[in-house]
Design a protein around this ligand. Structure first.
Ligand code: CA
Length: 441
């Protein structure tokens, strides 16, 4: 697990004022990665690091004398249009670049260093992003007990989760081709739906469109087929974490899902945030991974002292909805829910280890979805089907409108950040996606 060092010092400031603003997502302690170019241009996409309201262009920086040694090699590798090769370098190189960038951006950098860096900054408001790596495989987990219980009880009031849930992190293999970066727009999907009481299904536009609040876990160094990643090493294989919205067509899902799992209900769009927050940046926010004594304890291969002590991460999360009406009337979005990732029943290390235990190879740039993140309290559910009880109790939006499921034109924003006294705020930025009308009814 990442150790704390001088780059986590809450008192560290940058000579770039916007990085020191209260509530800023991207202070000098964060330094998340994305792939970007100036918007509306044909420039080559390249790696960048967020600092305040700017992007530090790693391709430009790698062409200067600002960095040396391992940090320079890492910057050159991260300057490519996809971060896979950078992910493959591993934690020593990632950390060398973090430390190198921290030294260049901190208060007290030399005038020469500041001059070099200034020429490599691009305002965030002027850039566009793309998916930051070539994702070879995408796996979506199902690891929130509160989400699993909420969904089960929509069907059976006193129902419990399936017996396997408390023994292993459940997942299905997902689809890469329709994963898009924040700003993604997609059409309401068509598919087969079985109306209540009907004897045969109908082909129609999804009538129960939903979102799922998740985190995306980016695999750094992979493993060879047949060589599982053990718990003690699992986190060294994780580069970082982004926000992920697993859009879900509930009516299509419930009809198609047995016995092999979701298919069309999940493969039309998945929206991720552009910035990947590194495991190093998240180090101050590690917290105990609790497993109630009355529950089954993890089998040995899924257990480790470090995971018990600090396997969970306190990432605060929110879901916001902007209706077409709110947009037209110039009003802001409505907050639907808020929770924390620390409630998740399985940790990211357990997801990685379980994924590989049977012999499966993970590769740099593979993406794992955490599964919907719902907390234990009211208003902590990470999907509308839970908040609105299957559409039976619509959620008020504060503008007179309400939602049982999503309507055409709705945009859903996920936001995430870490914050606590004695540590710098670590922000994730935003994942925004918008539902457009179906192609045909
Ligand atoms: Ca999901």
């Amino acid at each position: 697990m990442s150790a704390l060092d001088h780059t986590h010092d809450v008192n560290a400031c940058s000579w770039l004022d916007s990085a020191n603003a209260a509530g800023a997502d991207f202070p000098i302690q964060n330094l998340p990665f994305s792939v970007f170019r100036r918007g509306g241009t044909q420039e080559t996409f390249r790696g960048g690091v967020a600092i305040g309201d700017q992007v530090l262009d790693l391709a430009a920086l790698a062409g200067t004398t600002a960095l040396q040694g391992t940090a320079l090699q890492a910057a050159r590798t991260a300057a490519q249009p996809a971060l896979n090769d950078f992910f493959a370098l591993g934690p020593t190189a990632w950390r060398a670049l973090r430390h190198g960038l921290f030294a260049l951006l901190k208060d007290g950098a030399t005038a020469a260093q500041m001059a070099l860096v200034r020429d490599c900054l691009v305002p965030q408001r002027e850039v566009e992003h793309t998916v930051p790596a070539r994702i070879g495989d995408y796996t979506d987990f199902y690891t929130s007990l509160d989400h699993a219980v909420n969904c089960t009880r929509l069907m059976l009031a006193d129902g419990d989760v399936t017996p396997n849930f408390r023994w292993l992190p459940i997942a299905y293999h997902g689809r890469v081709s329709t994963i898009g970066v924040s700003g993604q727009q997609f059409r309401r999907p068509m598919g087969q739906v079985m109306p209540p009481g009907a004897k045969s299904p109908v082909y129609q536009a999804c009538a129960r469109m939903d979102y799922e609040l998740e985190l995306g876990i980016w695999i750094g160094q992979g493993n060879a087929a047949g060589e599982p990643i053990e718990m003690a090493q699992a986190e060294q294989h994780i580069f970082g974490i982004c926000l992920l919205n697993d859009w879900s067509a509930r009516d299509i899902q419930v009809w198609e899902m047995a016995p092999l799992g979701p298919f069309l209900a999940k493969n039309f769009a998945t929206t991720i945030s552009p910035w990947i927050v590194t495991m190093d940046a998240l180090a101050p926010y590690r917290t105990a991974w609790p497993r109630p004594a009355m529950d089954p304890q993890p089998l040995d291969y899924l257990d480790a002292p470090a995971n018990r002590e600090a396997g969970a991460i306190d990432i605060r999360l929110e879901v916001w909805l902007e209706s077409e009406r709110a947009r037209k009337e110039g009003r802001g979005p409505a907050r639907l829910s808020s929770t924390s990732f620390r409630h998740q029943y399985w940790s990211v290390a357990q997801m990685v280890t379980h994924h590989t235990v049977g012999g499966c190879a993970l590769n740099p740039g593979d993406l794992l979805g955490s599964g919907t993140i719902s907390g234990p309290g009211p208003g902590e559910a990470g999907a509308m089907i839970e908040l609105a009880y299957g559409g039976t109790r619509p959620v008020p939006l504060g503008d007179g409108g309400e939602r049982g499921f999503l309507q055409d034109g709705d945009a859903v924003m996920l936001r995430g950040w870490c914050e606590k006294p004695g540590s710098a705020r670590i922000g994730f930025g935003e994942s925004r996606g918008q539902l457009l009308p179906a192609r045909r009814e």
